[in-house]
Design a protein around this ligand. Structure first.
Ligand code: COA
Length: 141
């Protein structure tokens, strides 16, 4: 179900593209999702990984942020992040970061992330423009 949502929303439903991260099953990984009836409609996965900025902070990387097409713009993405931030903060996480699609940057700014200046790049996986984004969850040391 998770891979189907990732594939549909983030990979144009292409069956040949990868929608798995080798860390998906790690004990430290946290997957968050939301359901409407029995259908998974929003998901976000967080992997314990030091960030490209403020490397000394305990950090989680967000990947595969996706809200299904027919329910985008209803606040589901923002809600799942609020829940994720609370749980990650309780685990001792100080910072979250991600390689964010430029088309989603306004969503991330609206949910409290900061864009790292000069970090723009083209993803080798999707060929889409991305930027690095970060958000502090606790006071930086
Ligand atoms: C980006 C995405 C995850 C946002 O999820 P969502 O559930 O539609 O977002 P929400 O309804 O919670 O929106 C939260 C805020 O972000 C804004 N927002 C959401 N998507 C946006 C977008 N693409 N561009 C600009 N603003 C956006 C909303 O207007 C809202 O702002 P508000 O609170 O001021 O009204 C979703 O649109 C999506 O899956 N897009 C395609 C896949 C993608 O790009 N994923 C990110 C990969 S890095």
């Amino acid at each position: 179900m998770l891979h189907e949502l990732r594939r549909r929303v983030l990979r144009g439903n292409n069956p040949e593209l990868s929608v798995a991260d080798p860390r998906d099953g790690d004990a430290t990984t946290r997957h968050f999702g939301g359901f409407v009836d029995d259908r998974l409609v929003v998901s976000a996965s967080f992997y314990l990984a030091s960030a490209p900025v403020q490397e000394h902070l305990v950090s989680y990387q967000l990947r595969y942020m996706a809200t299904d097409f027919d329910v985008q713009g209803r606040g589901y993405g923002a809600s799942v992040l609020v829940i994720a931030f609370d749980e990650l903060r309780a685990l001792g996480t100080e910072q979250v970061w991600a390689y964010a699609r430029d088309t989603a940057l306004n969503f991330y700014v609206a949910t409290g992330w900061t864009i790292v200046e000069g970090s723009e790049f083209i993803s080798a996986e999707t060929q889409l423009p991305h930027s690095i984004i970060v958000k502090l969850l606790a006071d930086a040391k």
